[in-house]
Design a protein around this ligand. Structure first.
Ligand SMILES: [Zn+2]
Length: 182
């Protein structure tokens, strides 16, 4: 999925623990936002960070309310449940399967690294086990394939897709492939 570029509140100035202070001293001063090849990297905020940590393990998880009588999904991730106002949350494992709910085919003008691969598919996925949310991401022929690697003739609203994880400068980026190979 693409990510929200929300500024993170946690900076070196606000680090409270010794571990965080040490990390702030030795780590990069700001998160990388672009790969060497010019592709955009996710910039997780505190609420969304677990999504990327689970993705690094090859798991697609969505934040859910952990209040006993609620359990509604929260997407995008946020501190408070919009249904019951609980601050309790958990990260629910998804099957990684879904359907194309909508899509766009971006054309230039785009950032140079994207213009080289345009037009390509950006799809909105309705997850099979979470029909109330939509995940945005690229449709590709296989993990790591070019953004324009799927024949446009094969893309249909409702097509079944499966998540794959593509390594992008140390970040596991969820992308989608069609379930039917042909
Ligand atoms: Zn709730």
């Amino acid at each position: 999925m693409t990510t929200m570029r929300t500024p993170t509140a946690k900076t070196a100035k606000t680090a409270k623990t010794a571990k965080e202070a040490t990390t702030a001293k030795t780590g990069p001063t700001a998160p990388r936002t672009v790969t060497d090849g010019g592709l955009l990297l996710p910039v997780p905020d505190a609420d969304g960070a677990p999504f990327w940590e689970y993705a690094a393990r090859g798991e697609l998880r969505v934040q859910a309310c952990a209040a006993p009588d609620c359990g509604e999904l929260r997407f995008p991730p946020r501190p408070c449940c919009p249904h019951c106002r609980s601050f309790d949350s958990e990260w629910r494992l998804m099957s990684g399967r879904g359907r194309v709910w909508s899509y766009v085919r971006p054309h230039p003008p785009l950032l140079p690294a994207y213009a080289e691969q345009a037009p390509y598919h950006v799809i909105l996925v309705e997850p099979a086990d979470a029909p109330g949310i939509r995940l945005a991401g690229n449709l590709v022929s296989a993990a790591g394939a070019a953004l324009d690697s799927v024949d446009p003739e094969r893309l249909r609203i409702g097509a079944r897709v499966q998540v794959v994880f593509t390594e992008l400068d140390g970040v596991a980026l969820p992308q989608w492939v069609l379930e039917r190979a042909s």
